[in-house]
Ligand binder design. Structure first.
Ligand SMILES: [Zn+2]
Length: 255
């Protein structure tokens, strides 16, 4: 009986995990949280510890995805991405009246900078900010509307059913990475890159990459090991950049 219940429970849990399809997988977000933490100023560390009651950025980085199955959080679903035609930039494109990742990031920054924001508001918006700066660096989060950022492009990934979004969010990272700390450490050994404080710049960079990703997938129905090996360096660059960007933004808010 208990065995049956626990098997059922595992099935439900795995359904929940696999239904959160349009996200950097856990590992990607945790890597970004860890890199950011190692690049925070002492003032920022202090303030963030107070807001998060000592929880790490890596730990809270996936909270926004974990809440997606909660009906109360349905209205925040558009916060995780922005879709636009490949030949338009953000300014030219029609905005989603329900919000998008750029509006959401700006909102989070505004709430965190506001002296009168309550502890609860700060905690909510900080957890979202940590997550969304990750999402915006995943190129498929600024993908096309008609295929829901690659979610509707079904592909076989090394023998398993998957889709283009999931390949870039999760599959390639998990193919190479067992734990987030080792990947974060590897990336922190790289030369630091200059990053912008403007979300539009991050969007434009992801946009350049997503165009290439779409063009190289035409006519492809199986992701090969060669594809995985060729594209992991770009994913690593994006994770590294996202971590440094998150640190810069937080150091700029808490000073
Ligand atoms: Zn997300």
């Amino acid at each position: 009986m208990y065995r049956k219940i626990s098997i059922l429970f595992l099935l439900i849990v795995s359904q929940v995990i696999y239904s959160s399809e349009d996200v950097w997988g856990r590992v990607g977000h945790q890597v970004i949280g860890e890199i950011a933490t190692q690049n925070l100023s002492p003032i920022a560390i202090n303030q963030i510890n107070k807001i998060l009651n000592g929880q790490s950025l890596a730990l809270v980085s996936t909270w926004a995805d974990e809440m997606r199955s909660n009906p109360k959080f349905k209205k925040y679903a558009p916060w995780h991405y922005v879709n636009m035609p490949l030949d338009e930039n953000y300014h030219e494109s029609n905005k989603n009246p329900k919000g998008d990742i750029i509006q959401a990031i700006n909102k989070c920054i505004e709430v965190l900078k506001e002296k009168n924001s309550t502890q609860e508001m700060k905690s909510f918006h900080l957890k979202y900010l940590v997550h969304l700066i990750g999402d915006i660096h995943q190129p498929l989060h600024v993908g096309r509307f008609e295929d829901r950022g690659g979610n509707d492009i079904k592909l076989n990934f090394l023998g398993n059913n998957s889709n283009l979004h999931s390949v870039w969010d999760t599959r390639i990272i998990e193919y190479f990475t067992v734990d987030y700390k080792s990947l974060a450490n590897e990336l922190m050994g790289k030369k630091k890159v200059q990053v912008s404080l403007n979300p539009i710049d991050w969007t434009n960079e992801s946009k350049q990459e997503v165009k290439k990703i779409y063009s190289k997938i035409i006519g492809v129905d199986t992701i090969s090991l060669d594809y995985v090996n060729k594209n992991f360096p770009l994913i690593k660059n994006q994770l590294h950049k996202a971590g440094l960007t998150l640190a810069n933004i937080l150091n700029n808010i808490f000073k």
